[in-house]
Each structure stands twice: as structure tokens, then as C-alpha cells.
Design a protein around this ligand. Structure first.
Ligand SMILES: [Zn+2]
Length: 215
């Protein structure tokens, strides 16, 4: 049977969000992106959204119980539909709490996918990303006709490097990712197992490989 309860893990810049979205669409699963869930709940001012917003406004991480609450609400709304969870768990305590939540619902994780990309490839991908300061459109430096001098093709706005995409920040984010994720991967290797997929190369090819692995 095809995997229908899937967790996708990958470093920043691995393309895991894009892949999760594509795979969910092809296999009729729900793409549960915790980033999107947070944004939606804040925009809709739900009880959890209001709580999350307080932390975000203060520049703090949204606590695990709020994140778990958001995920629990989603699971309840799914009514048996399969899902790909993207952005959670990031830490071992989150992974343990998620397992507990799923067990209470009589659900189990079928598959943990790891999108694997070399650090140097990620640094090169993220540091060459430029974002329009006005309409937020995303570009890659290598595709811009006038390089750093280029303007946004959609609105003519100025293109900037987000602080998150500066090299030292990218390297720091990768280090945090590795430190937090290695115990999570270890946890899943000992239980459901971890399926590694190379996240380098053609985007359609990567999607096809993930779907093959899930079948
Ligand atoms: Zn623009």
C-alpha cells in the first residue's frame, strides 16, 4: 500500500516544501506545512493563531504545544485523508510529542522522507536568491539578465538579498538544522525508518523519485 502518512524533512533550501506540495497534489494527499498553518491561523485570528502571534511579535519561537495544537486541529479536519507533514517535527521533543498525538488518534507514520542536499549546494542556492522588495517575487541571480542590477520582472521593484539568505546566516541555519535534526532522524531510523531522496537535480525527476519511493 502506498504511504499516506508521511513526514518530509530536509535542510533549508532543499526544496522540500515545493516537493511536498507537488507530491501531495499528485497523490491526493493534504500538504500540511506548519509555516502555512501558522500564517493561516494568525490571519484568521483563531485562538491558537492569536497565541502564536504573541510569540512571533515578540520575536520568539512559537512553543511546541501551540504548534501541536495547530497540527491536531488539522488532523481532526482531515477525516481519513492522507497527509505529508512539512516543517514539523524539527526537534526530538517535537517528534516524541507527535508520535504521542498520532497514537491517541490511532494513526501511525508510514514513511519519513529525507531530502538530502550537500551543504555547499544549499549555500550556493540560497545566497543566489533575490527577492523583490515590493511584491516579494523570488529570483535566482543566475537567471537575472543584469545580475545584481536587475529589477523585478513583475513590478519593476528593487531586488534584495533577504537577511536569511546571506552566507553566514545560511551556514548558521544549516548548523542549527543539523544539530536539531540528527536526533530526530535517529529517532525515526529506530522506528519507521528514514528514506533518503537526493534533492539535487531536476525538480520533476525528484518528484517522480519521491512518488516511486512512496508506492
Ligand atoms: Zn516585484
Amino acid at each position: 500500500m502506498a504511504a499516506r502518512h508521511v513526514i518530509i524533512i530536509g535542510p533549508p533550501g532543499s526544496g522540500k516544501g515545493t516537493q511536498a506540495m507537488r507530491v501531495a497534489e499528485r497523490l491526493d494527499l493534504r500538504h500540511l506545512s506548519t509555516g502555512d498553518l501558522l500564517r493561516e491561523s494568525v490571519a484568521e485570528s483563531t485562538d491558537l493563531g492569536k497565541k502564536a502571534e504573541e510569540y512571533m511579535k515578540a520575536g520568539l519561537l512559537v512553543p511546541d504545544d501551540v504548534m501541536l495544537g495547530l497540527i491536531r486541529e488539522q488532523f481532526e479536519a482531515l477525516e481519513g485523508k492522507g497527509w505529508i507533514l512539512d516543517g514539523f517535527p524539527r526537534t526530538l521533543p517535537q517528534a516524541e510529542a507527535l508520535t504521542e498525538l498520532l497514537e491517541k488518534k490511532g494513526l501511525a507514520i508510514d514513511m519519513v522522507l529525507l531530502i538530502d542536499v550537500e551543504n555547499e549546494e544549499i549555500v550556493s542556492r540560497l545566497t543566489s536568491r533575490r527577492v523583490c522588495a515590493d511584491c516579494k517575487a523570488v529570483y535566482n541571480l543566475s537567471m537575472l539578465p543584469d545580475g545584481e542590477e536587475s529589477a523585478c520582472a513583475k513590478c519593476g521593484g528593487k531586488l534584495i538579498t533577504r537577511p536569511d539568505d546571506r552566507e553566514e546566516t545560511v551556514r548558521r541555519r544549516l548548523k542549527v538544522y543539523e544539530e536539531q535534526t540528527s536526533p530526530v532522524l535517529e529517532f525515526y531510523r529506530r522506528s519507521v525508518g528514514v528514506t533518503e531522496i537526493s534533492g539535487t537535480g531536476d525538480i520533476d525527476g525528484i518528484t517522480a523519485e519521491i512518488i516511486r519511493a512512496m508506492k
